[in-house]
Design a protein around this ligand. Structure first.
Ligand code: TRP
Length: 335
């Protein structure tokens, strides 16, 4: 069913995610829970930034379509509801590419070369060649994503703040040349909870330390068993320090306040062993994933669901993009 999402009393909120494939607990606590909140509070636009994935992963695109599909199914199973928000894929809107072209005309090279994310990635990523035109223009494409929908608010992690600042600068430059039309987006800094992976580092697919939302009970238990606890707690009755234990850290997302206080006390007293604590965490994690997994399995069996969701999503937002482009072209005298 296609319903119009237009509640003018609500601010327009937009955010994009690169298609990374199957989502894990880091995404659950970092993005999905926020998305559920936003879809209730704002007129929300959630899109899959598949062109942005190409800026760094252009050499091997074999997983791209499958990754988009996994991500959409995970969103739907988590309760992101196309009747309450707008879900679409960037590449379904050629208008975004066109706006990116116009914005690229007015964006000074220096702004992009000075972008901290660009510099950092150039230095740190050694497995792919990121010295491309497309990668340098990443923030310009991101700006096009945001302003084509007239978004007021963009939730971002700290790391994305420079991109949002660039978007605002590009909008100001557009206004200076062609007139006041594009909206300068506001950043909504989301302090997403960072969950530790099984090796204690930030949970990430590329670190191979992730617990996926679709992991079955046994896999969750196996992964939790590998997690790092206080290295000084060797025997189960040695006293431990929960503050340096990644099992305790992850448990903050699952155990109740009372449970946490009890675990903290018993670990310090040496009455709770790590094996038992891990069993508890694995139980709590699996239990909390159960509903999601049931829904995910159901949705995965519905033929054509992803295509339909994307087609309906694009149809809902296309008029906004088209209208914005008419205005932009007129202002720039190309229409
Ligand atoms: N750069 C964002 C990320 O890496 C993804 C993204 C693309 C985005 N376009 C956007 C986020 C527009 C917010 C708004 O996560």
């Amino acid at each position: 069913m296609v319903t119009e999402v237009k509640d003018t009393s609500k601010k327009r909120m937009l955010t994009g995610y690169r298609p990374t494939g199957r989502l894990h607990l880091g995404h659950w606590h970092g993005n999905l829970l926020n998305m559920l909140k936003y879809q209730a509070e704002y007129e929300s636009y959630f899109f899959i930034a598949d062109w942005h994935a190409l800026t760094s992963d252009y050499a091997d695109t074999s997983q791209l379509l499958a990754n988009v599909e996994e991500m959409i199914l995970d969103w739907l199973a988590a309760g992101i509801d196309p009747d309450k928000c707008n879900i679409y894929r960037q590449s379904d809107l050629p208008e975004v590419a066109e706006l990116h072209l116009y914005l690229s005309m007015i964006t000074p090279l220096g702004w992009l070369q000075r972008n901290p994310t660009y510099k950092e990635q150039q230095e740190q990523v050694t497995t792919k060649d990121l010295s491309t035109y497309g990668f340098l223009g990443y923030p310009v494409l991101q700006c096009a994503d945001i302003v084509i929908m007239g978004a007021d608010v963009v939730p971002v992690g700290e790391d994305q703040l420079p991109h949002l600042e660039l978007a605002r600068e590009i909008v100001r430059r557009f206004t200076h040349f062609y007139g006041d039309y594009l909206i300068e987006p506001q950043a909504l800094v989301s302090h997403a909870k960072k969950v530790p992976g099984t090796d204690g580092r930030k949970m990430s697919k590329s670190y191979d330390n992730a617990i996926f939302l679709t992991d079955e009970k046994d896999d969750v238990a196996k992964k939790v068993r590998q997690m790092i606890t206080d290295p000084a707690k060797i025997r189960k009755d040695d006293p431990g320090d929960p503050d340096i234990c990644s099992v305790f850290e992850l448990d903050k997302a699952y155990a109740s306040a009372e449970e946490l206080a009890k675990i903290d006390k018993e670990c310090r007293a040496g009455t709770l062993g790590c094996v038992e604590h891990k069993l508890g965490l694995a139980e709590r994690t699996s239990a909390s994933l159960a509903d999601f997994q049931t829904r995910r399995a159901e949705l995965g069996g519905v033929a054509g669901l992803v295509d339909q969701t994307l087609a309906e999503g694009a149809a809902k937002v296309r008029p906004i993009a088209e209208e914005a482009m008419h205005t932009v072209r007129k202002l720039m005298k190309v229409e």
